[in-house]
Write a protein that binds this ligand. Structure first.
Ligand SMILES: O=C(CO)[C@@H](O)[C@H](O)COP(=O)(O)O
Length: 218
């Protein structure tokens, strides 16, 4: 099965958000990647529920919501109500990660865990069987447009080995600095979903760029 492509709305033009959402609707993209930043877990603030609700109103594809926030448990239901289809929390932000995953699933969303560049894949060993997706951060979270961290390939391969053993259907999603220079190598290493922000939204042909990311083979 071909990998998914999820353009990151963080890099959209917020003065023309509906136009950019419709561009994604009319492209080969599979999901909308929606980054929530609280200025505490990460050194940036993005947007909150009203913007997620607006995206949901226009979007014809699922919302892949990535919570870069402290104490995500407080807001899970609010994000579900705003339109999230997938909810991913950071391993580094959760004291009782297993409980948080159960709460996301109880809301009827796909449940994901994201790990920062310094967090070893091995820390996912006892949760992999219970989750639907993992986001491997290939930049330090907080900003679009950063350079891809090369060490990510090794982490993708390690996670694929873990998934093959405990949860073969688990989605392995890569977030940060994804371009056509690294997409094929990521898919070859085991990535099953690619998030791309600046590479898509800075392109002259955004729909064509999404199609090109979708077409790469590992
Ligand atoms: O979560 C984040 C950044 O923290 C990402 O989703 C970015 O939005 C990806 O943007 P690019 O690195 O592709 O520009």
């Amino acid at each position: 099965m071909s990998h998914k492509v999820a353009p990151s709305v963080l890099s959209a033009d917020f003065a023309n958000l509906q136009r950019d959402v419709e561009m994604i609707n009319n492209s080969a993209a599979d999901w909308f990647h929606v980054d929530i930043m609280d200025g505490h877990f990460v050194p940036n603030i993005s947007f909150g529920f009203p913007v997620v609700k607006a995206i949901k109103k226009w979007a014809t594809k699922p919302l892949d919501v990535h919570l870069m926030i402290t104490d995500p448990d407080r807001y899970l239901k609010d994000f579900k109500d705003a339109g999230a289809d997938h909810i991913t929390v950071h391993l580094e932000a959760c004291v009782h990660l297993h409980r948080t995953i159960q709460a996301i699933k109880a809301l009827g969303c796909l449940a994901g865990v994201a790990i920062n560049p310094h967090t070893p894949v091995a820390l996912l060993a006892d949760i992999v069987a219970d989750i639907d997706l993992v986001i491997i951060m290939s930049v330090n979270p907080g900003f679009g447009g950063q350079a891809f961290i090369e060490h990510t390939y090794k982490k993708v391969a390690e996670l694929k080995a873990l998934a093959d053993e405990y949860n073969p259907d688990m989605i392995i999603e890569i977030d940060g600095g994804v371009t056509l220079d690294n997409a094929a190598k990521l898919v070859a290493a085991g990535a099953t979903s690619l998030i791309a922000g600046n590479f898509v939204f800075n392109a002259e042909d955004q729909v064509g760029t999404i199609a090109a990311l979708k077409k790469v083979t590992g």
